[in-house]
Write a protein that binds this ligand. Structure first.
Ligand code: SAM
Ligand code: SF4
Length: 464
């Protein structure tokens, strides 16, 4: 497959968009607020806007789009690192091959089971499973066994993992077919940077050196029958404006070739990592202001796509960007294999990068509840087959919200009854009552109240 990222073209579009006329920016904002998405030229004009009043309008619009499509729910997940052996040498990552001081770990199935038990007992229902890229120590067979092991773990209160998204090195279409059979949710893979030269510098050796193989992985995943794919860029490696354009071109190409755009876009920012030179001193640091701007612009450009923020960011910044369009967040995370059971300094030496937000799941839930977001553990769409194009057909006109809001409340109610601390339970019940009063109209309200009562009476895993 041909390389569809043209660096010169992106630079040219960005160059032409410099000093955009304010009236044009207002027009673009008006178009975006109708959930129509944006063209690369329009995105470039927004990226080149430096006027504070217009940027404030961009933030407001992104917030409105997020509320229109997804409502006020925030989906929660935990990353599960199963192995940190890696044949690559990404200059920004603690797992890179040349980091000889890293404590290398590949969890056994028994250890994976214990990790999942810890997560289930905290209330998690959704995982993102990851590993380094290593032909023997984290092979596809090993990884698939890890997925099956995690799905099989059941704990008290109906504790179970209902959706496992995965983040593993590029595969061939045939291998994606096998991976799909394990029942994964979204297949996630970040291009890191779309800028060819920087990509080459950052990935000096190992299979990841191959830019095109990585760029086209999502197309092969679709070919292998995985219709929910998640793209991302690691901000801080190159000019953020260029990488936002790269993400957009990637999304447009997927839509064009596969009939469905990315299910999610992740926006990780470089964090310090153990023995990783590019992470200790990011080549193109992105300020908090620019980070907020890029999240909002992506929200406007691809309104139907979920946007993911991880615990790389601090609690304070995370709460600011939730309002700008983030729909999924990780919480209570560890980036070292075995990290949910261990808190030792030895375990820290196995971590991929440092975390900005180290609060527990319950603390994060209390915080977002108090800010008026409904924490959601919903996995309904994927289990009812609302994936790929079927999901997009609901998301694009904003229809998905009618499922999201109700399902978020059901899964939140389960969490409050089974896992929450007393203070979180109280705050959660207040939010649920408020939602019932303000958001749901008569017929729908009755359905939601009936199901909440069923959950109160002991039924679990309720969704529509
Ligand atoms: N090894 C696979 C890969 O590279 O795609 C999958 C898992 S890798 C552990 C997941 C992601 O972590 C990478 O794609 C990269 O964007 C991110 N990452 C690596 N080092 C990081 C750092 N120092 N700060 C923030 N994110 C980082
Ligand atoms: Fe390996 Fe992924 Fe880290 Fe690169 S980012 S060193 S491929 S784990």
């Amino acid at each position: 497959m041909r390389d569809f990222i043209n660096d010169a073209n992106i630079k040219n579009i960005l160059e032409k968009a410099k000093n955009p006329p304010p009236e044009r920016i207002r027009e673009i904002i008006a178009k975006a607020s109708e959930l129509k998405g944006l063209t690369p030229e329009e995105v470039a004009l927004l990226l080149q806007t430096e006027d504070d009043d217009l940027i404030a309008m961009i933030w407001q619009t992104a917030h409105k789009i997020k509320e229109d499509i997804y409502g006020n729910r925030l989906v929660l997940f935990a990353p599960l690192y199963v192995a940190n052996h890696c044949a690559n040498n990404c200059l920004y990552c603690g797992f890179r091959r040349d980091n000889k001081e890293l404590n290398r770990v590949a969890l056994t199935m028994e250890q994976i089971k214990k990790e999942v038990q810890v997560l289930e007992r905290e209330g998690h229902k959704r995982l993102l499973m990851l590993c380094g890229e290593h032909p023997n120590r984290s092979s596809l067979e090993y990884f698939m066994e890890a997925i099956e092991t995690a799905y099989a773990v059941k704990t008290e209160h109906g504790g179970e993992i209902r959706r496992i998204n995965v983040e593993v090195a590029p595969l061939e279409a045939e291998e994606y077919k096998q991976l799909k059979k394990t029942g994964i949710g979204t297949y996630v893979l970040f291009q890191e940077t779309y800028h060819h030269e920087t990509y080459k510098t950052m990935h000096p050796s190992g299979p990841k050196k191959d830019y095109l193989n990585r760029l086209t992985a999502m197309h092969r995943a679709q070919e292998g029958g995985i219709h929910d794919v998640g793209i991302g860029a690691l901000f801080g490696l190159y000019d953020y404006k260029f990488d936002v354009m790269g993400l957009l071109f990637h999304a447009l190409q997927l839509e064009l070739d596969c009939g469905v755009g990315p299910h999610t876009i992740s926006v990780p920012r470089l964090e310090p990592a153990f023995n990783a030179p590019a992470a200790i001193k990011p080549p193109h640091p992105v300020s908090d202001h620019d980070f907020k701007k890029l999240v909002a612009i992506l929200r406007m450009a691809v309104p139907y796509t979920g946007m993911i923020l991880s615990t790389r960011e601090t609690a304070a910044l995370r709460s600011e960007v939730f309002a700008l369009g983030i729909s999924q967040i990780s919480a209570g995370s560890r980036t070292n294999p075995g990290g949910y059971q261990e808190e030792t300094s030895e375990a820290f030496r196995a971590a991929q990068f440092n975390l900005g937000d180290t609060r527990t799941l319950d603390e994060v839930i209390l915080d977002i509840t108090e800010r008026g977001h409904i924490p959601s553990f919903c996995t309904a769409c994927y289990r009812l087959g609302r994936t790929g194009k079927d999901f997009m057909d609901l998301a694009k006109p904003g229809l998905i919200q009618k499922f999201c809001q109700s399902n978020a409340l059901f899964s939140f109610k389960e969490y409050l009854l089974d896992y929450a601390s007393p203070v979180t339970r109280e705050a959660g019940e207040i939010l649920i009552s408020k939602m019932l009063d303000e958001t749901f109209k008569t017929k729908r309200k009755k359905m939601v109240c009936d199901r909440l009562q069923q959950i109160e009476d002991g039924t679990r895993d309720v969704y529509i």
